[in-house]
Design a protein around this ligand. Structure first.
Ligand SMILES: [Fe+2]
Length: 292
């Protein structure tokens, strides 16, 4: 999931118990009443969900399943070229369906035996402390809707392709799953909003948009890059900086365009040493010292 409020379509609960997703006028699905009705129905599933209960079944059209199949096929080819080996191997082990959009329960059932993670449905933005906090307990909040079928390679919001092809495949790796859990531990541990924001910035520049060197090539492991048909072709040309906690915490980003500043780890072990150790041990004081 992306973390910024303005990136999600707002979700309003109505007095009659229904839910309305407020798509912006420039959203590809804005003028499609059937898509909008489905978005409302899917958001309502998450609003009514209680953790521990099965995630209600989301309805998709044949056109939407075709979007999943197309994007899955195209991204898988790009992953072999641009993704770190740990991700490619994890994706193979997870074995997501390629011909239909999986239900979140289906993804959870594939993931749990590998790393213990399960999905939780999200209607839209989840507050930072809740989103990150549950990672420590092996839960990942995810939207269920899919992008509009008219533009299969574009989405203005984090959709199920981002959540499952990007994050799900990563969560199938024991080593990456451990990093997600440590981010959750850090979010549960810190008290101030500033410290929580710092933890989330480190997550953004690593598990969302991280890159690393592998056999003298720059590869991606961040879910935001690995789920983006366009961005995955561009990341090597961005401003690549060395992995540095204080620098990541101090760097601003614009979620509405490609990330032009990226931080590269020297290896997965390097990422675990720097970022994993930070999340495992950080508190408000250590973060204060990094925020200078
Ligand atoms: Fe995300």
């Amino acid at each position: 999931m992306f973390e910024e409020a303005q990136y999600f379509a707002p979700v309003a609960a109505n007095e009659d118990g229904s839910v309305t997703v407020q798509l912006a006028a420039n959203h590809p699905g804005f003028a499609d009443p059937i898509y909008r009705a489905r978005r409302n129905a899917i958001a309502a599933l998450a609003v009514g969900h209680t953790r521990g209960d099965p995630i209600p079944h989301a309805e998709y059209t044949d056109e939407e399943h075709e979007v999943w199949a197309l994007v899955t096929r195209e991204l898988a080819a790009k992953h072999h070229k641009y993704a770190v080996t740990e991700f490619v191997n994890a994706a193979e082990e997870l074995g997501l369906p390629t011909d239909h959009i999986p239900q979140l329960e289906e993804v959870s059932d594939l993931l749990t035996p590998l790393t213990g993670f399960r999905y939780l449905p999200a209607a839209g933005l989840v507050p930072l402390r809740e989103f990150y906090g549950v990672l420590a307990d092996g839960y990942f909040h995810s939207t269920q809707y899919i992008r509009h079928h008219s533009v299969p390679f574009y989405t203005p919001e984090p959709d199920i392709i981002h959540e499952v092809i990007g994050h799900g495949n990563t969560l199938a790796s024991r080593r990456f799953a451990d990093l997600y859990r440590l981010a959750g531990r850090a979010a549960q541990h810190v008290e101030t909003e500033e410290a929580l924001e710092f933890v989330s910035k480190i997550f953004w520049f690593t598990l969302e948009f991280g890159v690393m060197n592998e056999n003298n090539e720059l590869k991606a492991y961040g879910a935001g890059i690995l789920s983006s048909y366009g961005e995955i072709e561009e990341f090597r040309g961005m401003d690549i900086r060395p992995l540095d906690l204080a620098a990541m915490g101090a760097t601003e980003y614009d979620i509405t365009k490609y990330q032009d500043v990226l931080f590269a780890a020297a290896s997965l072990s390097h990422l675990e040493d720097v970022v994993g150790s930070f999340w495992a041990t950080c508190d408000d004081d250590t973060i204060d010292k990094l925020r200078v």
